[in-house]
Write a new protein. Structure first.
Length: 156
């Protein structure tokens, strides 16, 4: 039953991501909450596979593939939440550079999504060494974006 609920939730989020941003978010706070939730879910599932890659959790090929699939889906969602005006409204860690350097931000997002696609393919293949390499590449793409676009402290 848990998997059906997760699939339904992901399908709903996917549908929302395909709608125009203005239709999705009535207030800036809604966009902020949406992107924060998507990043949180993605990080949680990526962390499960990263723990396997680091030897901190037992390797389970099926669990790695299942979690990687969720990571891939979630990696596409948060960017719809970076709408105009969503730099204010509630505490967040998005730097103003996201809106000032939108092409650079999009390039970083695209790079991360490309690495996540490779990560998902490696996880589906079930080879731990390939997964380890892919985890590192995804981690590096996340760090690069965080270095440029995520503040250390929450701001309003």
């Amino acid at each position: 039953m848990h998997k059906k609920t997760l699939v339904a939730a992901l399908a709903t989020l996917g549908t929302l991501a395909s709608l125009p941003a203005a239709a999705q978010f009535q207030k800036p706070e809604d966009a902020i909450k949406y992107r924060q939730a998507a990043f949180t879910v993605r990080a949680n599932h990526f962390g499960r596979v990263a723990a396997m890659a680091q030897g901190k959790a037992p390797f389970d090929a099926k669990a790695a593939a299942d979690n990687a699939q969720i990571v891939a889906t979630m990696s596409r969602l948060p960017f719809a939440g970076f709408t105009e005006g969503s730099d204010k409204g509630m505490p967040h860690r998005a730097k103003p550079e996201i809106w000032k350097e939108s092409a650079k931000f999009k390039a970083a997002a695209d790079k991360m999504q490309a690495e996540v696609a490779k990560f998902e393919a490696a996880a589906k293949g079930g080879n731990l060494d390939a997964i380890k390499a892919a985890v590192g590449a995804v981690g590096n793409s996340c760090k690069a974006c965080h270095d440029d676009f995520r503040a250390e402290k929450y701001s309003n």
